[in-house]
Write a protein that binds this ligand. Sequence first.
Ligand code: NDP
Ligand code: GDR
Length: 373
Amino acid sequence: MTKCALITGITGQDGSYLAELLLEKGYNVHGIKRRASLFNTQRIDHVYQDPHSNHQKLQLYYGDLTDSSNLTRILSEVKPDEVYHLGAQSHVAVSFEAPEYTADVDAMGTLRLLEAIRFLGLESKTRFYQASTSELYGLVQETPQRETTPFHPRSPYAVAKLYAYWITVNYREAYGMYACNGILFNHESPRRGETFVTRKITRGLANIAQGLEECLYMGNIDALRDWGHAKDYVRMQWMMLQQEEPEDFVIATGVQYSVREFIIWSAHELGIELAFCGEGIDEVATVVSVSGDKAPAVKPGDVIMRIDPRYFRPAEVETLLGDPAKAKTKLGWVPEITAQEMCAEMVAEDLKTARRHALLRQHGMDLPVALEG
Ligand code: NDP
Ligand code: GDR
């Protein structure tokens, strides 16, 4: 029997990799996309299928996690075997600016989906994956963090996701639903949104290397994160729904680096060696040497990173480090791509784009480069 999956957030980083994976596995994939004034399906355009074809394996529906009747209608049409609930206002810093919207989408949106599954009598058919997060640990109570570590969320995003975590557990316990949380630590890729820190760095430095920007403005570069690759992590999302019993899992690499280290690696990929000097908001990164042909616009002595307090958060999560032992032992999952390999891949992709933009600029066809991070 061909399995049928519904993905919320299919147009996002994880949604796009998961759609690819499920299509490869022969699933019929259904996804919810938001109405936007511009096209917002760039991450899945390569797997798009003509709706006029008879063999369409990927179908998209307009919808929104704030709209119960819309979610119920889509679920009643699709009757999925598996729901991967990835849709969210996923930016921690933005959640301080839009806390109520974030709660509505991330917390209530999860409840709306679970309740729709129950209302439609799908609770014994449909398996439910909830995109939980290491942000639940916030002010960490134990290192490394595992499934049993107490939570202390530090942002409206994390508090909303805490509700989503517990309502998922509650529907499992109350109604016997196959519902589980993947507590995923940060995961990145060339498809990462441009305002998350890794992509902001790889894209910003590639632009600087090609003369499209002058300086990268950063927040807390001493923050420590456990970074994995989104491709490895969506594989785990699928594995979690294939077990006999639903369980929650921490997904992480078990290795931690600072934002500063990620800047150093990214610069190195471009042939740029950096020195950091100054302290606090006066700290800067200066170019020490440049080699190769990737950064023709950069020379020794250039200051290419400064601190901008605008990027500090009202409450910061200083350090996260996950313990993926349960996922390794019970599911045999191991991440295949290291943080450094991922960084190299991201820089290479962003450099390609920056080179294209630089070439267009040379020929008088300037494209605006969005600088806000
Ligand atoms: P993205 O921000 O890349 O994608 C979020 C997706 O949710 C997009 O498709 C977005 O649509 C959609 N979305 C946002 N608001 C709504 C809404 N109101 N109604 C319907 N859809 C909406 O996130 P990621 O792919 O990185 O993350 C996937 C999930 O995993 C998220 O829930 C995130 O919170 C969680 N997570 C992510 C981690 C990470 O490191 N990446 C770690 C732990 C958890 P659009 O494209 O139109 O904006
Ligand atoms: P995070 O990811 O908040 O961990 O949430 P992000 O990449 O935004 O920040 C990581 C760390 O870097 C610091 N930082 C900056 N961050 C951004 N975005 N921009 C900057 O200029 C900057 N300078 C320093 C941050 O303060 C932070 O400490 C991500 C999201 O994908 C969530 O949805 C997910 O749940 C968690 O990862 C796990």
